[in-house]
Design a protein around this ligand. Structure first.
Ligand code: SF4
Length: 534
């Protein structure tokens, strides 16, 4: 219900207290205040810790089966990704280090039973507790020497704190919950120093190049720099979804690092789709981000069919590989000037093409042929006496097969199929998935799965005629009742008795919720005539 209405915890509590529609769905009396804000936070935390987020999402597919909307047990799924802006504040190196220092100071002060600001002031670290270390520093930022001196002071403070942490860790017994928090805060600060600071004999400097896998935010250390395109960047995570193009249902969702390749964990998404939808995935479709040789090999090794466009390189000054006809059976290659070669040479290792240790080979066109060729200037920039090489990819056979297929007429329907995932991603963005509400990938996955659950439920409800106008009272009550039914199921399967803190007021209300109400709703859903797809 919260995800459907895009409500914050505070708003959700207020609506449950004062909104009649929520009260009807929750089955609570007019004057009742069914739960506290912290109950929602606790419930969410428990779902994440117990990895039961998928349970709620799976129920949306059960609903699709229950209503008869999803009938097929054999699916095609389309994979796609989009970016999610992280919740943590992204700061420059100075303020990032200051945040790391503050975090470590808090843990050290807590261990010494001190108030953090007081503890810091006593040790000359009070400046890190202002609104902005950089903003409050009275130095000339155009002066390189002053900047480096200031940075040197920050690095010295950080190193001093790390030394204190080593001593403190020796005193804290293993198993103490504070020990792990202190260790994590120190590890984060160490990582920030390592990724951003270059130590030289003449002082410390900020590294010019961005470190791979750079931590951007102390508040959400899992956020990463990612790219929307070659020119546009984002800071956060990547949402990956699998969609059944026939029913338009989202069958699986995942959150990847912002700098991860789109095809990362693609096979897991397909396997999750099968488990979630209780169906067999016969074919997976993706755009050219899923068309690399190693993704094809991963799917081929798992005995799965993957249809994805193989990337082509056109528009450059020289003839791309696509202009050469490669025949792997006869191991021959014909160039644009109709010269044929069968000469294969080893050029390097296939490490960067997903085949570690495998020798990388290429067809060689000899210099004697190329030097006399009228097309030479369009083919190679090598000096005279050097021929042309055409690389043989470690998964060349799979790529050749894919390229042949994408040039055939049979490939045309697949272009449309890919739109299904794009449309469902757009729906998730409409439900607020573009901006992470929480810190960390696990909770962002929770948000994505809740949005996917709502997207599926509303899609099915509309298609089977359960849902009319969004603001129609019956519509809202129908969706709310089903959401409640799912919550009730999840509570029941989380063994709340073993965790008394989990059973809060909401659980009491959910468990006491009249089973007749759910039965009534289910009964009604069967009597409502199914409509044709709109
Ligand atoms: S330069 Fe060599 S490889 Fe290129 S088109 Fe001419 S003959 Fe063929």
């Amino acid at each position: 219900m919260q995800a459907y209405e895009g409500a914050s915890d505070e708003e959700a509590k207020a609506r449950a207290d004062f909104d009649l529609r929520w009260k009807v769905a929750l089955g609570v009396a007019l004057e009742e205040r069914p739960f506290a804000k912290s109950t929602l936070q606790l419930f969410r935390a428990r779902l994440v810790i117990h990895e039961r987020m998928q349970t709620v999402f799976r129920k949306s597919l059960d609903f699709a089966r229950h209503t008869g909307y999803l009938r097929s047990r054999r699916l095609k799924v389309v994979l796609d990704t989009t970016y999610v802006l992280g919740r943590g504040a992204v700061k420059d190196t100075y303020n990032l280090l200051a945040d790391g220092i503050v975090m470590l100071v808090r843990e050290l002060a807590a261990g010494a039973c001190y108030e953090a600001v007081e503890w810091a002031r006593e040790r000359g670290l009070g400046r890190y507790f202002g609104s902005s270390l950089k903003g409050e520093a009275s130095i000339d930022w155009d002066d390189l020497e002053a900047r480096e001196k200031f940075l040197g002071g920050v690095v010295t403070d950080a190193e001093g704190l790390l030394e204190m942490t080593r001593t403190a860790l020796e005193r804290i017994p293993s198993g103490d919950p504070g020990r792990e928090r202190l260790h994590d805060a120190a590890a984060l600060l160490e990582r920030l120093l390592l990724q951003d600071i270059e130590r030289r004999e003449d002082g410390t400097r900020i590294k010019q190049a961005v470190s791979p896998d750079r931590v951007l935010s102390v508040h959400d250390p899992e956020m990463r720099h990612g790219r929307k395109s070659a020119k546009r960047r984002f800071d956060g995570h990547k949402a990956a979804v699998a969609v059944d193009p026939e029913s338009q249902l989202i069958t699986a969702a995942d959150v990847l690092a912002g700098n991860a390749a789109d095809h990362e964990r693609a096979l897991e998404l397909v396997e999750q789709s099968e488990a979630n939808a209780s169906a067999v995935v016969e074919e997976t479709v993706g755009d050219c981000a899923y068309g690399s040789g190693d993704t094809r090999k991963t799917f081929a090794d798992a005995g799965r069919r993957l249809t994805a466009k193989a990337a082509t390189r056109r528009g450059g000054a020289q003839f791309p590989k696509e202009d050469f006809r490669i025949d792997l059976e006869s191991m021959s290659c014909v160039c644009p000037a109709e010269q044929k070669t069968q000469k294969v040479v080893s050029i390097s290792s296939g490490d960067r093409y997903g085949a570690p240790g495998a020798p990388l080979r290429a067809f060689r066109f000899d210099a004697v042929v190329c030097d006399a060729c009228p097309l030479r200037s369009s083919c190679t920039r090598a000096r005279l006496g050097k021929g042309r090489l055409v690389m043989i990819h470690p998964q060349e056979a799979l790529l050749q097969e894919a390229k042949a297929f994408q040039q055939s007429e049979a490939f045309a329907p697949y272009r449309k199929l890919r739109q299904a995932a794009e449309h469902r991603l757009a729906r998730l963005m409409q439900l607020g998935a573009r901006q992470a509400r929480y810190f960390g990938r696990a909770k962002t996955l929770f948000q994505l799965l809740m949005a996917a659950t709502v997207a599926n439920l509303t899609l099915v409800a509309r298609r089977v005629g359960l849902m009319r106008d969004r603001n129609h009272p019956q519509t809202i009550i129908s969706i709310h009742l089903y959401a409640l039914f799912m919550v009730r199921h999840v509570f029941a399967t989380l063994s709340p008795r073993s965790e008394p803190g989990f059973s809060a007021t909401l659980l009491e209300h959910v468990m006491n919720f009249s089973s007749e109400t759910v039965a009534f709703w289910h009964g009604n859903s069967k009597t409502i005539p199914k409509r044709r797809f709109r």
